[in-house]
Design a protein around this ligand. Structure first.
Ligand SMILES: *Cc1c(COP(=O)(O)O)cnc(C)c1O
Length: 430
């Protein structure tokens, strides 16, 4: 595979953009090598500037659940954009979007549109703090909620100590207000709430973790967190930026039958445009400006073109059987990969939810962040490059989930498994 043009672009980019990219994981740092530059994308495929084609299992990190450049989405964008790109006054598509979200996700009685997942989570914890009058936030090891200061925090020694900044530039005073729990640990959550429950404004969680590879909740775990929050007067916040509209039409909260107090969305609801949203109980959302005192605003929020792309995507995924088919194809892919690994004698395990999956170079089960960290990242790096050479693009990190779209056909899955047979042999020989 020739990568001359990508290499030339990356050389130029590296002088001008930190790390040559506008978002860190794109730089291939954890798998080595250089990223390729996309020229265009169609259905399940990415095409790079050197003319190579890849079967894409990243899908722009989630939004492209109906495949790239879907004609219905592009048509909606083209139609809408001809009327102007932004108005700075309300537009009808914002109302249609709010109706769509609140009807698909019943726990969201009201919503506010924003421009990214990061903005959604930042705003949701402000609402939690403003509505409860409390300061502390609880999050989970391995969960990612965007790059807001309050989320770039790791656990101190022991769950009950203060959090530690995970990045320069995050003030210690702010990190102190974020407490971190191990995901899927029932007792740790109970103990934390027993100790400091009275100070906790909200608990935020990825109900299925998609930012530490892919980890599913243990039976009853989300229900346990729901009960703890209710008992201690803290708000339960589901960060469904990744899982929303993917693992079921109504997201993980539908799949597991839990009603959070607040939810955050992004990715799919923008259909590939920069969009996020937060929403929840009416009594909480009514406290957001201008109907209430909790401030939140955005010049481009509810942008008509972005709403059009999101609405067209939401329409596509409401087709009968959409998520069942996505679940079946995710299983077919993961089952094929596991079989190929067995043939090659490589220790390998997958985790699966409809439309998203985890690949682990270790034996299962994987139920905690520590389990996920036990995956052999060097083996993953070899596998990643062996797949890339064979025209399959996986997330360029051992600790990111993979994404499936409705555009991936049986033939694409079969071609991926064929490539994996050869790639596992490379891993086994190393
Ligand atoms: C991607 C993601 C975010 C951040 O969204 P951005 O649009 O990148 O700011 C937040 N939470 C979760 C669970 C995500 O997967």
């Amino acid at each position: 595979m020739n990568h001359d043009r990508s290499h030339a672009l990356f050389t130029r980019a590296s002088e001008l953009l930190p790390g040559g990219v506008n978002s860190p994981v794109r730089a291939f740092k954890s798998v080595g090598g250089e990223p390729f530059f996309a020229q265009r994308a169609q259905g399940p495929y990415l095409f790079d500037v050197d003319g190579n084609r890849y079967i894409d299992y990243v899908g722009s990190w989630g939004p492209m659940i109906a495949g790239h450049a879907h004609p219905q989405v592009l048509d909606a964008v083209a139609r809408t954009m001809r009327d102007g790109l932004s108005f700075g006054v309300p537009n009808p598509l914002e109302v249609t979007m709010a109706e769509a979200i609140t009807s698909i996700v019943p726990s969201c009685e009201m919503v506010r549109m924003v421009n990214s997942g990061t903005e959604a989570t930042l705003s949701a914890i402000r609402v939690a703090r403003g509505a409860t009058g409390r300061s502390r936030i609880v999050k989970f090891e391995g969960c990612y909620h965007g790059h807001g200061d309050s989320f770039l925090v790791k656990a101190g020694s022991g769950a009950l100590t203060f959090g530690l900044p995970n990045s320069p530039g995050v003030p210690k005073a702010l990190a102190d207000l974020t407490l971190t729990l191990p995901y899927n640990d029932f007792e740790a959550a109970t103990a934390l709430f027993d100790e400091v429950g009275i100070d906790i404004a909200g608990l935020i969680i990825e109900p299925i973790v998609g930012n530490a590879n892919c980890i599913l909740p243990r039976e009853g775990y989300l229900q346990h967190l729901r009960e703890l929050c209710t008992r201690h007067g803290a708000l339960l916040i589901f960060d469904e930026v990744m899982t929303g509209f993917r693992v079921a039409l109504g997201g993980a909260q539908q799949r597991y039958g839990i009603a959070p107090d607040l939810s955050t969305f992004g990715k799919i609801i923008g259909g590939g445009m920069p969009v996020g949203a937060f929403g929840g109980r009416r009594d909480l959302m009514r406290q957001v400006a201008p109907s209430g005192p909790i401030y939140q605003a955005g010049t481009l929020s509810g942008n008509p073109v972005a709403m059009a792309a999101g609405l067209a995507t939401l329409e596509l995924i409401q087709a009968q059987g959409f998520h069942d088919a996505l679940e079946a194809s995710t299983h077919a892919l993961c089952g094929g990969l596991e079989a190929a690994a067995r043939e090659a004698g490589v220790a390998f395990h997958t985790t699966r939810a409809p439309g998203m999956f985890g690949l682990y170079f270790r034996e299962g089960p994987v139920e905690s962040f520590a389990d996920a960290l036990g995956s052999d990242a060097a083996k993953f790096g070899r596998f990643f490059h062996a797949m890339l050479e064979r025209g399959v693009y996986l997330a360029p990190s051992a600790f990111e989930a993979g994404f499936m779209s409705s555009a991936h056909s049986e033939a694409d899955i079969a071609a991926t498994v064929d490539a994996a047979r050869a790639a596992f042999a490379v891993v086994a020989a190393a």
